[in-house]
Design a protein around this ligand. Structure first.
Ligand SMILES: NC(=O)c1ccc[n+]([C@@H]2O[C@H](COP(=O)([O-])OP(=O)(O)OC[C@H]3O[C@@H](n4cnc5c(N)ncnc54)[C@H](O)[C@@H]3O)[C@@H](O)[C@H]2O)c1
Length: 315
């Protein structure tokens, strides 16, 4: 056993082409792992497979974390459908243009994730323009600083409509498409990935119903993972901490007004007091973890909500 581990370590340390690494890895014995797919799951699959030729939809990807995910997945090999609402079309087109400049296919689909017909049309146009759908990233979301007792019914419903119902619509329609295509296999599962948050584990006082909506995302992730496992579809979520995007710009501004402090102070306080690594997160930090969840490296991972927060929440 020790010598096999040593051989793997030597191969992965050696600087050589991916095909040389792949050949060297496939020379190793596959008797250590048990299960149905012993040959595929053995050491021969240690190198990450390219995502080249796979197709993904990233909702809310004209800016922020969604944009970083779209660009990162394009650099991993994916063709990308960039989605957002109508008011963000110009920015979405810019992201699509950048992806084409990277040598990948890109498509812009304007759709409100709370409207099932629009989500269906987005999936159909993506399949037409790019090919079969392999991965859906339900990233679109909104936040609101409030208190439970001052929250209006309209605000409660609006936020849950986008953060929870919108994710459910994207997951369910994408799963139906993947099943109909017949492309999901144990060695190449379809992937549904959703935007949760660290507040899906412990609410933040400034964001009570937003926190509850992200708890629901974590619940949906687990429920979908159980139901779709037999269909060879994995379902996971990412849970960012404090990431420097428009959402946090707004949380900071609204929080500052509520707490009577200067703009920038709320974010500084939360980052300073809560984050072990002592800095604000970047959208790219989240995209790196989503890259793992969207890659073959996560084929045996399902029902999980992966924290990316610089050390606020210890799981
Ligand atoms: N920034 C953070 O610190 C942080 C932390 C935890 C979780 N998140 C989650 O990450 C996701 C991305 O957030 P972000 O920080 O990039 O925010 P952002 O506001 O920069 O981006 C959100 C995007 O979603 C789009 N969107 C909103 N409603 C939509 C709808 N109905 N249909 C389609 N698109 C819609 C917006 O137009 C925008 O482009 C969200 O779900 C958010 O809750 C963010």
């Amino acid at each position: 056993m020790a010598s096999i581990v040593q051989r793997v370590a030597n191969i992965t340390r050696t600087k050589c082409s991916p095909s040389t690494v792949s050949r060297a890895l496939s020379s190793l014995p596959c008797h250590v792992t048990a299960g149905r797919h012993v040959m595929k799951a053995g050491y021969s699959s240690l190198a990450r497979e390219s995502s080249e030729g796979k197709n993904v939809i990233v909702t809310g990807s004209s800016r922020g974390i969604g944009k970083a995910i779209a660009l990162r997945l394009a650099s991993d090999g994916y063709n990308v459908c960039v989605n957002d609402i109508a008011s963000e079309k110009a920015a979405a087109d810019e992201v699509a243009k950048e992806i084409r400049g990277m040598g990948r296919k890109a498509h812009t689909a304007i759709a409100d994730v709370t409207k099932r017909d629009e989500v269906k049309a987005m999936i159909q146009s993506t399949v037409r323009e790019l090919g079969p759908l392999n991965t859906m990233i339900a990233n679109a979301g909104i936040a609101q600083v409030t208190t439970m007792l001052s929250l209006t019914d309209e605000d409660f419903k609006h936020l849950f409509d986008i953060n929870v119902f919108g994710l459910h619509v994207c997951f369910s329609e994408a799963a139906k498409q993947m099943i109909e295509q017949g492309t999901c296999q144990p060695e190449q599962p379809g992937k549904l990935i959703g935007a949760a948050s660290i507040v899906a584990f412990r609410p933040l006082d400034l964001l009570p119903h937003y926190s509850a909506s992200k708890f629901a995302v974590r619940g949906l992730t687990q429920a979908y993972a159980l139901e779709l496992a037999s269909r060879n579809i994995t379902v996971n979520a990412y849970a960012p901490g404090i990431i420097d995007t428009k959402i946090w710009e707004k949380i900071d501004a609204d929080g500052a007004e509520r707490l009577g402090v200067r703009k920038g102070e709320v974010m500084k306080k939360y980052v300073g007091e809560l984050t072990a690594l002592g800095r604000t997160g970047r959208a790219e930090d989240v995209a790196k973890v989503v890259s793992f969840l969207a890659s073959s490296d996560s084929d045996f991972v399902t029902g999980q909500t992966k924290i990316v927060d610089g050390g606020i929440t210890f799981s």
